[in-house]
Design a protein around this ligand. Structure first.
Ligand code: NOJ
Ligand code: CA
Length: 587
């Protein structure tokens, strides 16, 4: 396809558009010397499975490991390189499995260790890698060691595995400090002694049922090295590390600075948002001490061949701090949440992409792009909302409802932009179907602890965790054999089911499949990015190897770049323009 030549503007190193001066090419993202640019740990497209909502084999309405194994072929067809499994370990499910009672076993809800081994074997047979979730900041209160800690005396070795303290105030009836739980409410719960009298308090940065481990205790460090080996010996290819930035706490346990919404210092804000308490250090987020832990983990992973991977879930700002997690002797990747949290705005996107790559270039690491996961409002809905923000808070029926069509249109464009970038990319189950968030779920059905801990002011994350539709005409959209689903699916899910999109030109599923094939063909994951002149302030324009990408975040058409169109997020009008809220790959 031929098109008009783009314009006069260009971008500087921070990706800002500027309209005059000679164009300088800024390249980002190449592998450092001596490093294999094609290593899957730098380039993979990883598909996140949230086990309870992916596929149900035994018909109880909750997804399980055999359900996943039976559907892995669809992921190989989609063209992903790896699968990341959210927690499937023994757990009372107080936080959907992020409350682990036994790190070395499978919860009966999801199956058995033998089911896990079968899943792993099938993943490898299909040529994909398997990454499992590791939750090292806290356990379940039903973990054997926490029960032993409760039964033991203050100051005992059993209590030293967790963070127990006497209360403050004259009679110890107040929490030791003001730290808030990330799920709202205080981060401390008081225990009761065997004789019924009130006892010490324990720290839980998340739910009451998620006591924080004491990482100052060498026994905990040893225990996690052993857990790593347990799964590595079984053959897993890597770990996604939950809240990788919070394991180390300031031992003086000082109060944290809180903003007017009760958000603590170090709280993540969207890249164009402003923190009210900038500069105040957090006593428990992103302390330097965490890095020593990851260096010891790296050493264990390096004992295994082929190479195993660590990816940090760390809501850390600024990007220069995030880059510290991916220094050569630490993790391979860290999720880029600045990218995920960026609003639909070309200038912010350019800045975030450029800054992310520049920061990671400085430590020789790839960037790890992501738009959706099980903790945030799905991007097909987010981009259709009038108000920005509310990433984690969820959407209720009483809230402003999204423009679903606009949201999906922008989501498809955002995805094409993301999949053209060098580095690794993460997809959250169902985004390849263009699934929206469930935005009018019955409040009585909500299960996320955020909902009750916030006193019913924040819906929480259930809306992005709804069971995935496979067959549009089957009960429960084919989630399982009985039609049961642990959360009801929104009406749109039947129409968006996989079988309704497979082989349908222009469907979101076909767009993702084509994008992953082209990403592989043109080796975009191992490529490097250079900025191109932007045909307007609302455009992101870049080149990665043979592919030029233009993404139009505005509503008015802009000129298409010259060349053959490889992929487009919308049907192009054929007049040499790229419509608003659309993206295109051209070679
Ligand atoms: C981050 C996980 O992604 C989230 O789902 C969980 O609630 C918290 N960490 C606590 O483990
Ligand atoms: Ca099941």
């Amino acid at each position: 396809m031929t098109t008009s030549t783009p314009s006069t503007s260009r971008t500087d190193d921070a990706g800002r558009a500027s309209a005059d001066g000679p164009s300088t090419e800024i390249r980002h993202g190449g592998a450092p010397e001596g490093v294999d640019a094609h290593d899957w740990r730098r380039t993979a497209v990883v598909y996140q499975i949230y086990p309870r909502s992916f596929a149900d084999a035994n018909g109880d309405g909750i997804g399980d490991l055999p359900g996943i194994t039976a559907r892995l072929g669809d992921l190989a067809d989609l063209g992903v390189d790896a699968v990341w499994l959210s927690p499937f370990y023994t757990s009372p499910q107080a936080d959907a499995g992020y409350d682990v009672a036994d790190y070395r076993d499978v919860d009966p809800l999801f199956g058995t260790l033998a089911d896990f081994d079968a899943l792993l074997a099938r993943t490898h047979e299909l040529g994909m890698k398997l990454v499992v979730d590791l939750v090292p900041n806290h356990s379940s209160d039903e973990h054997r060691w926490f029960r032993e800690a409760l039964a033991a005396a203050p100051g005992s070795p059993e209590r030293e595995r967790y963070i127990f303290r006497d209360g403050s105030g004259p009679d110890g009836s107040l929490p030791p400090n003001n730290w808030p739980s990330m799920f709202r409410g205080p981060a401390w719960t008081r225990t009761t002694n065997a004789d019924g009298t009130p006892g010490q308090w324990y720290l839980h940065l998340f739910d009451t049922k998620q006591p924080d481990w004491n990482w100052e205790n060498p026994e905990i460090r040893e225990e996690f090295l052993s857990i790593l080996r347990f799964w590595l010996d079984r053959g897993v290819d890597g770990f996604r590390v939950d809240v990788a930035n919070s394991m180390i706490k300031d031992q003086a346990l000082p109060d944290v600075a809180l903003d007017s919404d009760g958000h603590p210092a170090g709280h993540f804000t969207s890249p164009d948002g402003e923190s009210e308490i900038e500069g105040a250090p957090s006593p428990y987020l992103d302390l330097d001490g965490v890095h020593e832990i990851y260096r010891s983990w790296r050493a264990v992973l390096d004992e295994y061949t082929p190479g195993r991977m660590l990816v940090a879930e760390a809501w850390v700002q600024p990007l220069s701090r995030l880059a510290l997690y991916v220094r050569p002797d630490e993790m391979d990747q860290a999720f880029n949440f600045d990218f995920l949290a960026a609003p639909w705005n070309a200038a912010t996107l350019r800045e975030v992409i450029s800054a992310s790559m520049a920061n990671n270039d400085s430590v020789g690491a790839p960037t790890t792009w992501v738009l959706s996961n099980h903790d945030v409002v799905r991007h097909a809905t987010r981009f259709g909302l009038k108000r920005a923000g509310g990433l984690h808070a969820g959407i209720r029926a009483v809230d402003d409802q999204p423009d679903a069509e606009l949201g999906l249109r922008r989501a498809r464009a955002a995805t094409l932009l993301m999949l053209a970038l060098p580095g690794s990319a993460y997809l959250y189950q169902g985004e390849e179907l263009g699934l929206p968030e469930h935005t009018d779920l019955d409040d009585d059905l909500r299960q996320d602890p955020t909902w009750w801990r916030s006193g019913h002011t924040e819906a929480g994350r259930d809306g992005c965790r709804v069971p995935v539709p496979w067959e549009g005409d089957a009960p429960g959209a084919g989630f399982g054999p009985t039609g049961l689903t642990w959360l009801p699916q929104p009406a749109a899910y039947a129409r968006l089911a996989r079988d309704k999109q497979r082989g349908v030109p222009g469907s979101t599923l076909e767009m993702y499949t084509a994008a992953l094939a082209a990403r592989r063909e043109f080796q975009l994951g191992a490529g490097s990015l250079s900025w191109e002149s932007t045909p307007g302030a609302d455009a992101v324009a870049l080149r990665n190897g043979a592919i030029r990408v233009v993404c139009n975040t505005g509503s008015t058409p802009i000129p298409l770049p010259a060349g053959e169109v490889v992929l487009a997020s919308v049907e192009l009008p054929g007049d040499g323009t790229l419509p608003g809220d659309a993206a295109v790959w051209v070679r």
